[in-house]
Design a protein around this ligand. Structure first.
Ligand code: IMP
Length: 189
């Protein structure tokens, strides 16, 4: 099994990633890494820069991951500022902003950036859904207010196994894993 580092401060993300990547014969090792995030409207740029910083410090093949929640009726807010917004106005603040809005459509986007001595490449995954009208139990981050399409419950309520099956992060990881297997493990499928 090939070992790749996941550089992050977020253990909840690692818990979602670890078992899934083993299905691709990739073993993920968690290394706690805190970066100073650049300010940018582009998640790709933020993730690529984070990967560079992490690689400079750790010096082994690694992935980093960045997520943004993009809400249609708020013109994509909070997007790349999702972490700051969750830490300030929180899920209740998002619900308050959506009061009286007709659309509650939203999109979770994950960017996975891989870096080693040869390349720095990004992969993305999207899951569409809506913002619920209350904060539900379970999950972390925005999980308690995000209802993916084709579900009647939030990411938080559906439990980790069901979330992993459809999540934005899983989709980005699948794209990464397929590329990695083709280019590094010689698997063409
Ligand atoms: P980051 O990728 O850690 O910068 O994530 C930005 C913000 O989105 C943070 O506040 C996270 O808690 C939140 N977030 C990231 N991924 C998820 C997820 O899968 N579910 C819910 N919230 C998430």
């Amino acid at each position: 099994m090939r070992r790749i580092i996941f550089a992050s401060t977020n253990k909840s993300k690692f818990d979602e990633i670890f078992n899934h990547m083993r299905t691709y014969n990739i073993e993920i090792e968690f290394v706690k890494f805190e970066s100073i995030e650049i300010q940018s409207n582009s998640l790709d740029e933020i993730a690529q820069q984070k990967a560079r910083d992490a690689y400079q410090k750790i010096g082994r093949p690694l992935i980093v991951e960045d997520t943004g929640l993009f809400i249609d009726s708020l013109h994509g807010f909070p997007g790349p500022y999702s972490s700051y917004v969750l830490g300030t106005i929180g899920n209740q603040g998002i619900l308050d902003l959506l009061l009286n809005r007709t659309s509650r459509v939203a999109l979770f986007r994950s960017i996975v950036a891989y870096m080693d001595d040869k390349c720095n490449k990004v992969f993305s995954g999207d899951t569409r859904g809506t913002i619920g009208d209350r904060i539900t139990k379970g999950g972390w981050g925005y999980d308690p207010i995000f209802i993916p399409d084709d579900s009647s419950v939030t990411y938080g309520q559906m439990g980790i196994t069901n979330k992993i099956a459809i999540s934005h992060r899983t989709k980005a990881l699948n794209n990464f894993a397929k590329w990695y297997r083709e280019n590094y493990l010689g698997v063409h499928r």
